[in-house]
Design a protein around this ligand. Structure first.
Ligand SMILES: Nc1ncnc2c1ncn2[C@@H]1O[C@H](COP(=O)(O)OP(=O)(O)OP(=O)(O)O)[C@@H](O)[C@H]1O
Ligand SMILES: [Mg+2]
Length: 478
């Protein structure tokens, strides 16, 4: 447990996926809300400005008409400036000066709130106003317009200003409310995003929980794929596939251990039985020699089993690269053929080598010979007198093919998928008593796979068997 914790700690943990999703979702949603409220606020301010400019512009236009109509009708102009419900309600201030800045008329008290310097240079037509602050700290929207006809009559400047303190206060209040709403929105976005991320991650937690539950004792358990999103379905399939392979390997391993125990038990029992019988009473030297001879046979069988298993274990996990050399496959097959010549002729079996063209291979010579020897030994064992065994080699594009074909008894189709399994013999009883271990083809398979190749067997009962080894080209290049 402590080791596991230490291992967990050694993995530098970064932000969890749920936290990242929450941050991204909440961040983007909040940014959208921020942009939308900002835009709405800007549109509101712009509307207020336009409305105020419209009021100021209307005022200027009315005054300009009055000025141009009769500049000497001071009563009418004064009435226009001071009077009017609208002007008083909206706190509109008006000043009319000549071009030199001499004041003709102005709203009473305007000097204190809006001195002439608060205005920009006059424009010919009422345009966009500007915002100013009075010395007393009040906010105003102001506009200055030049008045005068083309004849140069009544040249004057109209300055109008409007007290906007109330509007500014309302906008400030509105802004305060907006910030409060944005704060709540940020919290809401985070909470909702977290819920969404948590729900989205639930199937992943399910997968993790299943993976955590799986032990060597319950390798049959699989991830439930029902309701999994498409992204996790591929992961679940891969994971389940891995479990299938693991389960198969575990079962094979368990069977293999049982098989080893079984295979070792027979020679050890024979040894023990022989010794016990010999020790039961005194024996003649010949009888002891006989017992020792049969014990030696059992010991040799044990040695063969152990050597073969050791070889298979090493071939499965090679500690170093197998040394390879380039050789003529035809020559090697002929050597093997000569080795079995005596056995073949004793059984009256025709043993031949067929090599199409010059076939060279880059393999481990000793392992290659061992594989071919195992195949030829099998073929000779299962071919009746008068039959034939042929060793063939040919260089196909991309691969070197080596075949051992016999005209023997063949293997029933039901057994064919198992012949490469360890300790498998078609006739378990007869083969094991005859000294066969059932490891020959397993060794052939591991030798071929060690060289990156494949091995294939075809057989017809009563007609014969063909075992084909295929070594890939890169392995066969000189
Ligand atoms: N050429 C063949 N013809 C018929 N049956 C075969 C042939 N080769 C293999 N078999 C069958 O496949 C089984 C497995 O062969 P394998 O070479 O692995 O083991 P074995 O020959 O029984 O023992 P070992 O080779 O370890 O001494 C054999 O027991 C035999 O029944
Ligand atoms: Mg064999």
């Amino acid at each position: 447990m402590s080791l596991k914790n230490a291992a967990d700690r050694s993995v530098r943990s970064s932000w969890s996926l749920a936290a990242r999703l929450t941050a991204w979702n909440a961040g983007s949603a909040f940014l959208l809300i921020l942009a939308a409220t900002g835009l709405l606020y800007w549109a509101l301010v712009r509307n207020v400005d336009l409305e105020d400019d419209q009021t100021l512009g209307d005022k200027v236009r009315v005054l300009r008409v009055a000025l141009l109509k009769d500049p000497d009708d001071t009563a009418a102009i004064r009435q226009e400036i001071e009077g009017g419900w609208e002007a008083r309600q909206m706190h509109v201030y008006v000043r009319i000066t000549d071009n030199q800045g001499k004041v003709w008329f102005q709203t009473p008290g305007m000097d204190q709130v809006l001195p002439p310097t608060a205005f920009r240079a006059p424009t010919a037509e009422p345009s966009e106003g500007s915002d100013v602050r009075s010395p007393l700290g009040r906010s105003f929207r102001v506009l200055a317009v030049q008045v005068g006809d083309s004849m140069g009559r009544s040249p004057a400047v109209i300055q109008v200003g409007m007290d906007r303190s109330q509007e500014v206060e309302i906008l400030a209040e509105y802004r305060k409310n907006l910030w409060a709403v944005l704060g709540v929105a940020l919290l809401a976005c985070t909470a909702i995003s977290y819920q969404i991320a948590r729900r989205g991650m639930q199937p992943l937690h399910r997968v993790t929980a299943t993976a955590r539950r799986i032990q060597p004792t319950n390798l049959g358990e699989r991830i439930d794929r029902n309701g999994l999103p498409a992204e996790l379905l591929a992961l679940a399939n891969t994971f389940n596939g891995m479990l299938d392979r693991l389960e198969e390997s575990f079962t094979q391993l368990a069977r293999f251990s049982a098989d080893i125990a079984h295979e070792l038990r027979t020679p050890v029992n024979n040894l023990r039985g022989g010794i016990e019988v010999a020790l039961a009473r005194s024996r003649t030297p010949e009888q002891y020699r006989e017992v020792l001879g049969s014990n030696l046979e059992e010991c040799l069988r044990l040695t063969r089993i152990i050597d073969s298993l050791l070889f298979l274990a090493r071939a499965e996990n090679p500690s170093k690269q197998t040394a390879k050399e380039t050789f003529d496959v035809g020559v090697e097959l002929t050597t093997v053929c000569e080795f079995f010549e005596a056995v073949a002729s004793e059984k009256r079996i025709e043993l031949t080598v067929e090599v199409r063209g010059k076939v060279r291979a880059n393999l481990n010579r000793a392992l290659f010979q061992r594989a071919v020897c195992n195949l030829v030994a099998n073929a000779l064992t299962h071919t009746p007198p008068g039959g034939a065994v042929c060793l063939r080699a040919l260089a196909n594009p991309g691969a070197t093919i080596v075949e051992v074909v016999d005209s023997g008894c063949g293997i029933p189709a039901a057994h064919l998928p198992h012949v490469f399994d360890r300790f498998f013999r078609v006739d378990q009883v007869r083969s094991s008593s005859g000294g066969n271990l059932g490891l020959g083809l397993a060794i052939v398979k591991s030798i071929v796979e060690l060289h990156g190749g494949t091995v294939h067997i075809e057989s017809m009962v009563g007609q014969g068997t063909r075992v084909t080894m295929s070594f890939p080209e890169q392995m066969t290049k000189a």
